[in-house]
Design a binder for this molecule. Sequence first.
Ligand code: C5P
Length: 407
Amino acid sequence: MGISNKHIVLGVSGGIAAYKSADLVRRLREHGAQVKVVMTANAEQFITALTMQAVSGQPVHLSLLDPAAEAGMGHIELARWADVVLVAPATANFIARLTHGSADDLLNTLCLATEAPVMLAPAMNQQMWQDPATQENITTLKNRGVGILGPGVGDQACGETGPGRMLEPAELVDAVFAVFASGALEGDKVVVTAGPTWEAIDPVRGITNLSSGKMGYAVAEAASEAGAQVVLVSGPTCLAPPENVRLVSVCSAQNMYDAVMSEVGDAQIFIAVAAVADYRPVSAAQEKIKKHRDTLTIELVKNPDILSAVAQRDNCFTVGFAAETSSIEKHAREKLEKKGVDLIAANKVGDGEGFTADDNALLLIDRGEMRSLPSMSKPQLARILIQEISKRYHAKSPAQDSRRAHR
Ligand code: C5P
């Protein structure tokens, strides 16, 4: 695992955040990656090609028509050379041109010509980011499989505050690592829970919640990409299961508990992403309840806590999610201890964040350092999460690793 000797094309378009691109190159190279830099004409207004050449140790590519390239087709050579193309910063203009398939400069052309994953780190004024034109472009690019990293929220060079800051170089390095995380969980069995549960009140009514299942499905897919054998125990969702993942469909929390318990015996990692109902009706009515009475009382009983039960068995590395509307860190730390799990991924829900959204941000809390993963698409976030879980799991279970090495 890692990015040693990986070929990274770093595209730099013309925004003030370009000054951070030099640091990004340096960090990528510290991890052993080979970096070739492509700059747009506007990028050269913010940082010199000489600087980028010095930090990358490679000639910088500036022009679509490159007599120095073999057969004069620099874009094709670079497109084939790249294992990943990262554009940081990606301006509103670059994003618009990529959305429309422009091929009028080297960077846009190479993004069209490459089969490698393309990832963008947007950076622009917050109003430009929130403009419907930019947002539609971003949605189109996401649907085409382009990775959108960030942007972050905070003070901007223009003096305004809001979303539009380029993610920090260290965060972008994490995202590049996640692309190459495959193999990190080779040979491991991972059980993931996802979606809401449905607690029947009568044959047509029940207690449920707004969980879409998107995060859990993304986590299952990322674990599978990392080489794990994945069992996804899912409550009712509208999602298609990821390829190469065994789906176990369940309804109630009790069903989910039973399914998980019969799967975790030989699992190495358990990741509880499901939004499990805390209570269920003591008994579900056999017939549809009629509205004869003015008030109706439904007695509820507590559901088993699946995550705590798995953590108690002590055979798995356990990861819990904590969806909170406030005091995220405090509640997450309490959950870490109370449930006895190895890692908590906490996120904010409500106000359109978390449950049904396509993007998410997480705070990773264990008994060591806390890590914040900035807002990005759930699949991308899931890849970074799996990488973080894998690191911690391997650090905790070296015995399992050496057993695997002898298999
Ligand atoms: O206690 P709380 O529901 O906030 O904890 C959330 C975490 O615990 C999530 O990872 C969730 O999947 C898990 N959980 C569970 N079984 C329950 C309740 C929560 O596995 N009955």
